[in-house]
Design a protein around this ligand. Structure first.
Ligand code: ZN
Length: 256
């Protein structure tokens, strides 16, 4: 859950860094030129190339600063590029998104006043976000049930999954949404259709995919027992739960 909170916070607070994008594009461009050139450039030619690139980079940044229309187009292009790399290139994502984020957090933690300000800003943001997003509250509350009952999950049986709460975060790709959970999560839902497969062949769904499935799949088969399953009392959360009921599962639960 800490990861979910952190990711959402980072996405919301981190401004789009145009200079980072532009510099990565320039370095990629220059690498290509070096790789494609038949002869290694001489030192003088290499220096001239470097100066030309630097002049071009500065002109580009100046234009971005002074021409709002151009800046918007560049941002649009950079966002599309980031989205494509993020989807297709795991190692790029690890190096360019995850590692800088971790470094930034380490720097913040190293400075007590900065860290306090960060925590205060984070708390204010999530307080507002929880109020505005019932589906997010639903996810947190349901995750809380699994966290509290992680040692008793064998008491329950689910129709489609066997939930597994690992002691450490496990990095996997969700079979439902295809998203690679890059820094890992502790709770995964192993699909029952692959029970006979070896561990490497099992398919796993991530927690958000489980949490927004049909309610008849989310709830354990035996909802009574020593440990009660998640029962929201907040009207907004009840509305979220009801929105997850398929007509068929709603009829099964309430035959009237
Ligand atoms: Zn998923």
């Amino acid at each position: 859950m800490a990861l979910l909170l952190r990711q959402t916070f980072q996405t919301a607070f981190r401004p789009f860094k145009l200079s980072t994008i532009l510099s990565s594009q320039y370095s990629a461009f220059s690498s290509c030129r070096i790789l494609n050139s038949p002869q290694p450039p001489s030192d003088a030619a290499s220096d001239r190339d470097a100066m030309r690139r630097e002049r071009r980079r500065k002109r580009h940044i100046e234009r971005c600063q002074n021409d709002s229309e151009f800046r918007e187009k560049e941002l649009e292009r950079a966002r599309a590029y980031h989205k494509m790399r993020k989807a297709k290139d795991t190692e790029w994502r690890r190096e360019h998104l995850l590692a800088p984020t971790r470094r930034r957090l380490e720097n913040i933690r190293a400075d007590p006043s900065l860290y306090q300000a960060y925590l205060a800003k984070s708390a204010a943001f999530f307080h507002k976000y929880r109020l505005e997003q019932p589906r997010y509250r639903w996810r947190i509350a349901l995750y809380g049930w699994f966290n509290r009952n992680k040692d008793h999950l064998s008491q329950f049986t689910w129709k489609r999954w066997e939930p597994i709460y690992y002691p450490e975060k496990v990095e996997r790709t969700c079979a439902a949404c295809g998203e690679l959970r890059l820094s890992g999560t502790k709770l995964w839902f192993r699909r029952k259709s692959s029970d006979s497969a070896s561990d490497s062949q099992h398919e796993y769904d991530c927690f958000p995919c489980y949490a927004f499935s049909d309610w008849s799949s989310i709830a354990p088969i035996q909802t009574m027992g020593k440990y009660r399953f998640f029962e929201p009392r907040n009207p907004e959360l009840i509305a979220v739960r009801d929105s997850l009921k398929s007509p068929k599962s709603a009829q099964q639960e309430d035959p009237k």
